[in-house]
Structures are given as C-alpha cells and as structure tokens.
Write a protein that binds this ligand. Structure first.
Ligand code: ADP
Ligand code: ZN
Length: 761
C-alpha cells in the first residue's frame, strides 16, 4: 500500500482506486515490471476498472512497500495464486503500448535473456515510466565572477566539485544538469553543494525545443538516380509494393549515394501510406543528416539520447498520433510507436553503438530486422564496411545483398597511403607524430585553400605517464586502466571513472622525479600540428572540447563555411561528415584498435580506416589519406588501403571459423562485478561449474571464469565467463535456459548477461 505522503505528492492519475481493499475481483492482469525476473506479476483488477484494463495500458501497482509503474501484458479470468494485490491505479485511457511493440519486447526479453518488463522499459520514454510527468528540466550555469579563486579552494580537497565547477566555467553558459552529470560521471550532489556555496546557478526551466527539430540542410534532389542506385531501389521496392517483408544489405562505398536510395525508398513508402524509421549512429546524428530528411519530407520526428525527457515525450506522442511518419534517430528510435511501418533503415549498420550497453542489451540491427518482419516492412542495413555478421548473412542468403561499388562523384576512391612510422626520422622530442608524407600533403592542401582532418582515437595529451626509473605507469587506483595526461587542465584523468588527479612531482612508486608523457592523444596532436603549421586555423573535436551539442554543431558549421582549415579529433569526426573541400585525411596511428584483446580488433581497424578515409575527396576534388602505423603489413590495414572489403571479410571470416567466433556461432557473456573480490570469484566459479554441468550434453563451450580485460572499474572487481555455442535454435535454447536457471539459483551476486556481446571488456 502506498504511503499517504507519496500519494499526495502525485498528480491525480486517471482512475485512482481508493485505499479500501478491493472487492473480490474476477479479473486478473499480468503486469510487466522493470525487474530482472522473467515472470510477469499478477494483480487483481478492481471492478470499476475491469473494462479499461487491457494489454498495453500502464498501471501503478504495489510492489513490496513501493509503488511501481508497469505495463499490462495479459488479462486472465483465473488465478491460482493465494494472495494477489489489486492494481492501484490505471494510468492510460487507452493502450499506450501497441500490440506489435508488446510482441517485439517479448521477443527481446527472450532473445537477450532479460524480463519482458525490462524490455518494455527500453521502449517507453522516461517520462512515461513515472506516474508524474514533468516538462521542466534543471539547468546549471556558473555565477559570473566565480573563477580561479574558487577553483583553487576546491583544488585539494573537493576534486568532484572542482571538476564540475571547472567544466561549467569552461562551458561558460547553461547546460542541463542531468547531461553534465552524465558527462562527468558525477551525481548531482556536487552541484547541490556548489549551489549552496553560491558559486553556480541551478534553474528549473521549461524544456526548450530540440535544436535538431529545426535543422534543415538543403539537399538537392538529384535529376536522376545512377544505375547502381536505381538497381538497388528497384530491388527494395519490390517487397514494399507487394507489402512483404524483405531484409537487405546495401553495401555501398562511402559517397556511393546510399542516402539517396533511402530517401527514394521512403518517399515511395509514404506514398503507399506506410511510415519509415531511420536509425543512424548517435554520433552521426548531426543537423546535416537530420536536415537531409527534413528537407525532403514533412513532419520528420527526431529521437536521440541527448533530448530531455519532455522533448522525447513530445516526439514520441507526435509519432503515436500519426503526425510524423518518418522517424530519424539513434538506437532507441527503433521503438517509435509507429503503425504501418513500411521501411526500417539501419545506416552504418556495422557501428558498435547499435548495441545497447545496459539491460536490455539488444542489438538494434537484429531488433530492426525483427520489427520489420513483424510489420511486413522492408529492412535495409546500409554500410560501406558491413559487419562480418551481416556480410555472412548475405553470403548465405539471409540478407539480400545490393552493391554500389562506385562513388557518385566519378573520381574513384581516394588514394590511401600507408606509412611505416618506424622508418620516419625522429622529431626534436624524439617522437614521430607526423610523417613527412602527411606533412607535405597537409602543406599543399592548405596552400590550395583546401581542408584537412587529422584523426587520433584517444583523448588528452598523452595516454600514459611513465617513470623511466622504475618503468611503472601510473594507474587509477579504482580502475584497472592507465591515467591519461590532460595538459590544458593540468591533470591526470582516468578515462574509465573520470576521476582526476594532479600530476605527481615524482614517481609515486620509486619517488624519482622525471615522469614522462608517452604517446599522443588528440590534445597533443592539436598542439603539435599548430607548431608545424602556425598559420592554419585548427580546431579540436573530442568530448573534452565539445561539451555541448551546440559546440559540436557550431564547429561543424564553421568548418563547412571554411572558417576552419583543419579538424583534429577522435571518433567524433570519423563518421557521416560530408565536406567537399576536405582533400587530406591523416590517421595519426592506426594501431590503437589493432592490439586490443578483442576478437573484433582487426574488423574495427578495417572499419575505422575505411570510415575515416571516406571523409576525403567527397566532392569534385580528389582525396588523399595517409595511414600511419607500425604494422604496415597487417591484413586489415593492407586491405583497407586497397578498399578491399571482400578480401578482408573472407580472410577474417576464415579466422573466426577456426575459433567458432561470430558469425560462425554465437556468444554469451556473463560478467560478475563487486567490491568484494572473493564474492566475485566465488560467484563466477560457481556459475562456471553450474553451466558446465548443465551444458555437458550440448555443443556449447564454457570459457572461464577469468578476470575481465579491465579487471577493475570503480573499485569493483570484474570476472567474466564466455559461452560459445552454435547458432542452431535448439542449442541457443539450451544455453539460454541454463543461464536463466543461474539467475534463479539464489546466488549472492547477479551477473550481467550479455547475449551477442559487442564489447568484451
Ligand atoms: P552515401 O550515403 O553512400 O555516403 P550520399 O547519398 O550522401 O552517399 O551521396 C554522396 C553525394 O552524392 C552527395 O553529395 C549526394 O548529394 C550526391 N548524389 C547522390 N546521388 C546522386 C545522384 N543520383 N546524382 C547526383 N548526385 C548524387
Ligand atoms: Zn578510474
């Protein structure tokens, strides 16, 4: 039963039921709650609600001493349970979750070994997961005049407040508190304290309209499609016209005109009265991309993770009312409440960000195919460098492959030159950041008034601080990672937990002075290239400089207007950018991803080089790419330089087949984490034994338990198990059943279950 104070705090719900015990109900509702339990919970339906409680409505129900919001999944006339509690309140007059989304979330629960309720939780906008909706958000800003002095006071003792105040002063304007906290990996208590001290402002404001809502980048409609585009479109239109499901892999090199194909396909779908969902990686969700769709269609809804709850709810409702028939968004846009879907596009389908990193750990690519199948829609997975999973699905015919091997511009591919950085002469400080070839090309491009992009997939000045005395590197005390040196803020930063430390005067291990900065991050690249090319207008784009969405967008539009000559950045600049005057792209080190302990390391490297290279030579001007590496013979580098995806995929697929890794079988990862190392060891060992026994007659292989590659994060020890099993349905079923039983075994530690994991860290 809800406490009185709680009830008072709520705004009136649609049909509140009084506190008196409900009369014996003859009707029961199964309710899915956001709980990691695979069963639904049963509640009785009070008589006065009996006609209105139907599958898909939200209800508030008592759960223990709490009150929770859940979704009704089924109605029953009978109930075998002894005691059931009544539904406390009905929150919707009509079902909010449609039958197809109910079916889809049930599928997600089964496929990803989570509960139906957890899957439903991913589908609903946050505002609808609470009983009360709020259109207000809290924004933070520094109080004018607050600066160095206050920072100095916080410097020693209050690192969290220091980090927050410094960031706010850096931003110099307002930022939504929730977003700031998420970025800095802090709770809002630091903000509250700073507010009490009178150093920052916290204001409750009405949520603004999302900036992306108004972006409209003109995109001239081509006079006609090129033959390869036309052939792809014809193939895609066939099932659409017939009202059938179809699943396609649109493999088209960067600049081959994939976006035009999507636009033409969606145009036809709209004419047929069907809707469309377009998924793009979060990072590619720029005003430019969104604008292309907005310029072509009326009423495009945009859904992305940086929207406030109120903005997201508004969009969601527009789609639900049928006012927006095209949705463009990141991963979660897949769950837009749209009916009569005709087309689902997953652009850049190989992107790891399509996998959700928290429960439900779904892969948007797989869910997109499932939703399209349920809706009788056409699903298009688009990429220049398809994932091995999709590539092999196309090999066996599960996806129909459509190829667009040439660029629209007709200039062919940009030339990719691989430079062995080991054979370059050392610079004055002994490091070789830029090869002579790259410097020459940069100089020539800048002289001609063209633009360049330098890519380095690491933030900060130097990723490692190293003591030449004892050969130790400085590590975070709470995480199993090296601390990176950030020059501008003068601090060492843990990229895992975001904690900061001041640089030690001497090695903390052997007390000798003279710690060295090893390697280079984007901050160092920016500083060093500025030394080499002092006249160039250089701007850095990484999550340290691009604090707010506006920063990112302002920088890109300045680049588009030619006010910046060179962008230096991390993955933020690897995708989606289409600037015709960019003629030179430098990949400072292609080796970073290559040596990661992950079976997908080679694939990631191949994709990264291809994607970054795709930023050059997109217009009339030819492009040149310099890839700097210490492994110039590595197959993924050699093949990326040769634009040979097919060769790479064949080679890589053969290697994976030998090891039974995806796409030749499936994986499931169980991750145990806890501050107590003993608990983690015991629980993971017990799980290993349990699973080996349960799966003894299956073809599944249980690997581990072993320490996770990052063995500690935020002072929590981490161990994992990996299950490898064939994709055959019966085998998958057996593995999932065993893993689910593990959850019921009453272990003190619950594992994170990750089906088809993308990250193994
Ligand atoms: P992709 O999505 O494969 O990278 P885009 O669809 O963005 O490629 O097309 C690349 C460039 O070619 C864009 O500038 C686009 O306007 C142009 N383009 C695409 N299709 C045509 C066409 N049929 N005729 C002329 N230009 C086109
Ligand atoms: Zn840390």
């Amino acid at each position: 039963m809800a406490r009185a104070s709680k009830t008072d705090a709520r705004e009136p719900t649609l049909f509140e039921v009084g506190p008196a015990p409900a009369p014996r109900a003859a009707l029961y509702a199964e309710v899915a709650l956001n709980r990691p339990v695979v069963v639904q919970f049963t509640y009785s339906v009070p008589d006065e609600l009996s006609s209105r409680v139907v599958p898909g409505v939200r209800v508030a129900v008592p759960f223990g001493a709490e009150r929770e919001v859940g979704v009704v999944t089924a109605i029953a006339r009978e109930c075998t349970l002894e005691r059931v509690r009544p539904i406390a309140a009905l929150l919707d007059a009509e079902p909010l979750v449609s039958a197809d989304l109910l079916a889809l979330t049930r599928w997600i629960g089964e496929r990803y070994a989570c509960s139906w309720g957890e899957a439903l939780h991913a589908v609903l906008p946050a505002a609808l997961k609470r009983e009360r909706e709020s259109a207000k958000v809290i924004v933070a800003s520094p109080v004018p005049g607050i600066g160095a002095q206050e920072l100095a006071q916080l410097e020693e003792r209050e690192p969290k407040q220091h980090r927050m105040l410094r960031t706010l002063i850096d931003i110099g304007g307002r930022i939504e508190l929730r977003e700031l906290c998420r970025k800095l990996n802090l709770s809002d208590s630091a903000a509250r304290t700073l507010h009490r001290r009178g150093w920052i402002r916290l204001e409750k404001v009405e949520a603004d309209a999302d900036e992306l809502e108004t972006s409209r980048a003109p995109r001239p409609r081509p006079a006609s499609l090129h033959p390869a585009q036309q052939a792809a479109l014809t193939a895609l239109l066939e099932p659409l016209e017939a009202g059938h499901h179809g699943a396609f892999l649109l493999q088209g090199v960067t600049g081959s005109g994939k976006t035009e194909v999507y636009l033409a396909l969606i145009e036809r779908a709209l004419a047929l009265g069907r809707g469309a969902i377009v998924l793009v990686p979060e990072i590619a969700l720029t005003p430019q991309t969104v604008g292309w769709f907005r310029a072509r269609f009326e009423n495009v809804a945009v859904l992305h993770s940086r929207m406030t709850d109120a903005q997201r709810l508004r969009m969601w409702q527009r789609v639900r009312r049928g006012e927006a028939r095209v949705v463009v968004g990141a991963r979660s846009a897949l769950f837009a409440p749209m009916d009569r879907i005709g087309v689902i596009v997953v652009d850049e389908e190989h992107e790891p960000s399509f996998k959700q990193g928290s429960t439900p750990r779904y892969h948007a690519r797989d869910v997109a195919i499932e939703r399209a199948r349920e809706s009788g829609a056409v699903c298009v997975l688009g990429s220049a460098t398809p994932s091995l999973e999709s590539w092999s699905a196309a090999q066996v015919g599960a996806l129909t492959r459509l190829s667009m091997p040439e660029r629209i511009s007709g200039h062919g591919f940009p030339v990719i030159e691989v430079v062995d950085i080991r054979s370059e002469p050392s610079g004055p400080q002994g490091h070789k950041l830029f090869s002579r070839r790259l410097l020459l090309l940069l100089r020539e491009a800048l002289e001609r008034g063209e633009q360049a992009i330098l890519f380095q997939n690491r933030r900060g000045f130097a990723p490692v601080l190293w003591c030449p005395g004892c050969k130790e590197t400085l590590r975070c005390k709470r995480c199993d990672v090296a601390l990176a040196w950030h020059q501008r803020i003068g601090r060492m930063v843990c990229h895992s937990c975001c904690e900061e430390h001041r640089s030690p005067q001497a090695c903390p291990v052997c007390t000798r002075p003279g710690m060295r900065f090893v390697g280079a991050g984007s901050e160092r690249i920016e500083l060093e290239i500025q030394k080499v090319a002092p006249k160039a207008r250089v701007r850095r784009m990484d999550s340290d400089t691009m604090r707010r969405r506006e920063d990112y967008e302002d920088t890109l539009s300045a680049f588009g207007r030619g006010e910046i000559d060179m962008l230096v950045g991390t993955q933020m600049i690897a995708k989606g950018l289409d600037f015709p005057r960019v003629t030179v792209v430098g990949i400072i080190s292609a080796d970073g991803a290559l040596h990661l302990p992950d079976f997908r390391a080679a694939e990631r490297t191949f994709q990264l080089i291809s994607q970054v290279a795709g930023r050059a030579g997109r217009g009339e001007l030819p492009g040149r790419i310099v890839v700097q590496t210490m492994s110039p013979q590595h197959p993924s580098i050699v093949r990326a330089a040769a634009h040979d995806h097919e060769g790479f995929a064949k080679h890589e697929s053969a290697l994976r087949a030998e090891l039974g890794y995806p796409p030749h079988g499936r994986l499931l990862r169980l991750l145990y984490e806890d501050p107590s190392e003993k608990l983690v060891i015991d629980a993971s060992d017990a799980a290993g034994e349990f699973l080996r026994e349960k799966l003894v007659d299956s073809e599944a292989v249980v690997l581990g338990p072993a320490p996770a590659p990052i063995a500690m994060v935020r002072a929590r020890h981490r161990r994992h198990l990996l299950l490898k099993f064939p994709s055959a349905a019966a085998q998958v079923e057996q593995v999932l059943a065993a893993v689910r039983k593990l959850g019921d075994s009453g272990a003190k530690l619950r594992a994170t279950i990750d089906v088809d994991p993308v990250s193994l860290f």
